[in-house]
Design a protein around this ligand. Structure first.
Ligand code: GLU
Length: 556
């Protein structure tokens, strides 16, 4: 046995398998040409960040578009920052967005042949690889204490040298195997480091699928690969896991781009084929004219649960994220207004490079648009689903009479240019509650009616409402109803043509728009409602008449 083999045996007596065995256990995947294997690899350190949802959406679309595999892996090696239960919660939130992994860590169980998918369960795999690296003199134990490292850093700072454990400063890399064995036998604590042969002066050519060809300085750091707690560092776990899980494309945040020379060197040194890399833009926010990262402390919209709890339709959020991902999406959407977003093929070439700006107002516009395009049945199912989780009042309304609910939310829906009444499912209740008689009465008792008291006195309002009550015209279609309303308008001395009114304001107390606003207020207590013609029809003549009487009473 060589000294290196002795050292490897001493450190890893429990490892009986070899890299070869792992290669056999985790064979190349049998997938069609061009199929992409990508993953979502969250650390269970908290909630799902909107930026992670963005990255995951992309990591999921490419395999899904190419008949590949999308899997999840739990990166739970930072035991100090771990928050219990957050791994499962992340999976549940992704599911709410329709993102369901083909394999991997599924929250409460695992699925697939390339596991375990939790890094804390993969210790033996990492140890197997490192054992072999020790034998090949590519990894070694480092006995430097944290004081040693602090002193090293101070020295490097003073002398304006690059910081880190490299070259002449990589003290333990020069220990002979027998010296290392002696220290271990002596009980000295250690971590495992990778022996770099890189030179910081050299450049390494890097290809990123989004950013193209780049030149970065070679890695020369002897990075830690196994910490003293026996768990791997991110860099080493990335090498081992993405190799044996046969990931073809690493889609991850651009904060990892500077580490890419480390990953290149690891793959090249071990002799494994490198995956493709795509470093995704970070999601930014415009704050007082300055761009900054979307922050979990400052911005509620940084957390995916904000959107779920507030009833934003997931298709609106997904659509927005695709909009910021690919520059050609919006144009496609204009030509395919009713198509499923996933008919759009996402591409790396069209990926926006600059930090993608997250604009809540735009998200809301998209949500409005998407909600308006759902059929009444789709809308109702999704609204009910939201209501069951987050909005009891709404649930109660739907439960009362689902067909009545559908008739309300179907106002100007299922047509060419549908009306955009709702931005979120949370908007529904305060927009539609007046359709329910008991709730209307509560509103009426509680609220000051927003009639324009500066322009109209009570007598005028009463005159208008009485005239309308006498001749509602609900038997007509919308156009004729409006013609009828114009006649009523004229009968009370108002002007039935807004333009004409504007030319000659003195001649009339108001115009047809004022009349219809008074009607809206009377039946709903509000100035804004879904289209009044349909609202009136749903309420029915009798109820409208009853409401007008209640309002007239209140005016007196
Ligand atoms: N656990 C890493 C993170 O949360 C994953 C990065 C990657 O996708 O490789 O940032």
């Amino acid at each position: 046995m060589t000294d290196l083999e002795k050292l490897a045996e001493l450190i890893f007596p429990d490892v009986t398998e070899t890299i070869e065995d792992l290669e056999t256990r985790y064979p190349k995947r049998d997938l069609p040409e061009g199929a992409i294997v990508a993953r979502f690899a969250p650390s269970p350190t908290g909630f799902l960040h909107t930026g992670s949802l963005f990255a995951t959406l992309i990591a999921w679309r490419f395999p899904t578009q190419s008949n590949g595999v999308f899997f999840t892996r739990l990166e739970d090696t930072d035991t100090k920052r771990e928050i219990a239960g957050s791994g499962e919660e992340l999976l549940r939130q992704l599911e709410a967005f329709g993102i369901i992994p083909n394999e991997g860590y599924m929250g409460t169980y695992e699925k697939g042949n390339y596991g375990p998918y939790k890094q804390s369960d993969r210790e033996l795999i990492y140890r197997t690889v490192i054992k072999e690296l020790v034998k090949r003199n590519l990894a070694y134990p480092c006995f430097c204490s944290s004081d040693d490292l602090t002193n090293l850093r101070a020295y490097q700072e003073q002398n304006k040298l690059n910081p880190g454990y490299y070259g002449e400063f990589a003290k333990c890399s020069r220990l002979t195997p027998s010296e290392a064995i002696a220290k271990i036998e002596n009980g000295e604590p250690y971590v495992m480091r990778f022996r770099s042969s890189g030179n910081y002066q050299n450049k390494v050519q890097i290809t990123d699928l989004i950013r193209g060809n780049l030149e970065l300085a070679e890695n020369d750091q002897h990075i830690v690969i196994l910490k003293s707690d026996g768990l791997p560092t991110y860099h080493f776990a990335h090498l081992v896991d993405d190799h044996f899980m046969r990931t073809t494309h690493i889609t991850r945040g651009e904060e990892w781009l500077p580490s890419l020379p480390i990953h290149y060197e690891l793959f090249d040194t071990v002799g494994w084929e490198k995956p493709n890399y795509a470093h995704l833009p970070v999601i930014m926010k415009l704050d007082n004219g300055n761009r900054r990262k979307l922050s979990k402390r400052k911005d509620p919209e940084a957390s995916v649960s904000f959107f779920l709890e507030n009833g934003y339709p997931v298709e609106g959020i997904l659509e927005y994220l695709i909009t910021i991902a690919n520059s050609n999406f919006e144009e496609w959407r204009l030509q395919n207004m009713n198509a499923n977003i996933y008919d759009f093929k996402l591409s790396f070439e069209k990926m926006n490079l600059d930090g993608a700006l997250f604009d809540l107002a735009k998200v809301e516009n998209i949500c409005k648009e998407r909600l308006s395009r759902l059929t009444k049945d789709e809308f109702t199912t999704k609204a009910y689903d939201f209501a069951c989780k987050y909005d009891n009042q709404l649930k109660e309304l739907i439960d009362r009479d689902v067909d009545y609910f559908k008739s309300i939310i179907n106002i100007e829906r299922e047509k060419d240019n549908p009306r955009k009444d709702y931005t979120t499912f949370k908007d529904i209740y305060p927009i539609i509650n007046f359709f329910y008689n008991d709730l209307y009465e509560e509103l009426l008792a509680k609220e000051e009616l927003p009639f324009n008291k500066e322009r109209f006195d009570n007598a005028t309002i009463a005159k208008v409402l009485n005239a309308f009550k006498a001749n509602m015209g609900l038997e007509y279609d919308e156009e004729n109803w409006f013609n009828n309303l114009k006649q009523t308008t004229e009968s009370v001395g108002f002007c039935s043509n807004v333009k004409e009114y504007k030319k000659n304001k003195e001649a009339y107390p108001g115009h047809v728009g004022d009349v219809s606003e008074m009607i809206r207020i009377a039946i709903s207590t509000r100035r804004n409602t879904p289209n009044p013609y349909y609202a009136l029809k749903i309420l029915g003549k009798e109820e409208v008449s009853r409401r007008i009487d209640l309002v007239l009473n209140k005016l007196n």
